[in-house]
Ligand binder design. Sequence first.
Ligand SMILES: Cc1ncc(COP(=O)(O)O)c(C=O)c1O
Length: 412
Amino acid sequence: MAATTSHTNFDVQNIRKDFPILSRKVNGQPLIYFDNAATSQTPQAVIDAIVDYYSNYNANIHRGVHALSQEATDAYEEARIKIQKHFNAAKSYEIILTAGTTHAINLIANGYSALLQKGDEVLVSALEHHSNIVPWQMLCERTGAILKVIPMTQSGELDMDAFAKAVSDKLKLVFVNHVSNALGTVNPIEHIIAEAHKVGAAVVIDGAQATPHIKPDVQALDADFYVASAHKICGPTGVGILYGKEALLEKLPPYQGGGEMIDQVTFEKTTYAGLPHKFEAGTPNICGGIATGVGLDYMNAIGFDVIAAYEEELLQYATEKLLKIEGLKIYGESSKKTAVVSFNVGAIHPYDIGTILDKLGIAVRTGHHCAQPIMDYFKIPGTVRASFSFYNTKEEIDIFIKGVERAVMMLS
Ligand SMILES: Cc1ncc(COP(=O)(O)O)c(C=O)c1O
């Protein structure tokens, strides 16, 4: 097995040693984990940070004068600053810690209930995850705003001519993912943001699938909101990142009421805390927030340029090999893709291929990937989705290809 890739500083076998789960077996076979778009695996540094928190300084934050509470508060706020730097937000209080991307989107959608009026237009893309469709539908139901859709094309890209036509003075909000979870398409968000801003619309970018591969610069993008999930970037589940421009966050009403988010409470009236606490009611996932910072440190130490270049090699390698399988069709053929291959073989149900791969120790995702409109567009029930990370190897892809060939032989 080749120990290194063509990247001089990047030794994938050494990297793999940082992930204890990668040495386990599944169904008697070495685990091959190709479900990274659903959640990434966890490096030892993050596991250690979680153990350290609960072993040494578990305490509630922002509330205590005692040493443990101070230590936990400092570590949590340091994590916020790490996240701020990673996303290049101008202020640390523009980073709100949530329970996940879904929670972050709902927070924004809920806030806009107070800011939209009947007849205003809200634009989502056809390439969205359900978490970036349903909250906006609910918002439109509450406000009487009209939900419009940027359609997609056969290559799995957004129809940008249709987008141009949809931009009007009525447009108030645009929601688009940076990268599609079902197809891996990297969307032209810079252009979308610039065009939406010309008519004064705000843009929410769902970065859940981009952040494992791309380091976003929210200021350079001029994104109004940018959301992501820690569990896809080597962090724990139950933590989300919401970046919002200060002026917009100030305009949004709080999402949940409770402790921590208040300034003064009387039975007559409550005044709210400033940012970020206005949006962080109750005890947060303290340990998770701290571990999120450690996950980002880990990925930044490898370097996102290195990660993206290596994953591109994996994507090209897997794509070429898969296309040699008779009857195999890849969905999502954009030239700008992250390391995701979504495919079907003839009329074989994706679930059947996934089940056979699982028996071989290979984890892929099958189904509609929480993106039913995309499946409807292609008139398919779902796909098999293999999604690669920087700790995967070409040797694993070789075994996976043999597994797909075997599954096709058994199921044809
Ligand atoms: C593009 C996209 N948006 C949103 C989500 C929802 O993320 P979470 O389940 O972490 O809230 C996902 C999850 O896969 C996703 O891929």
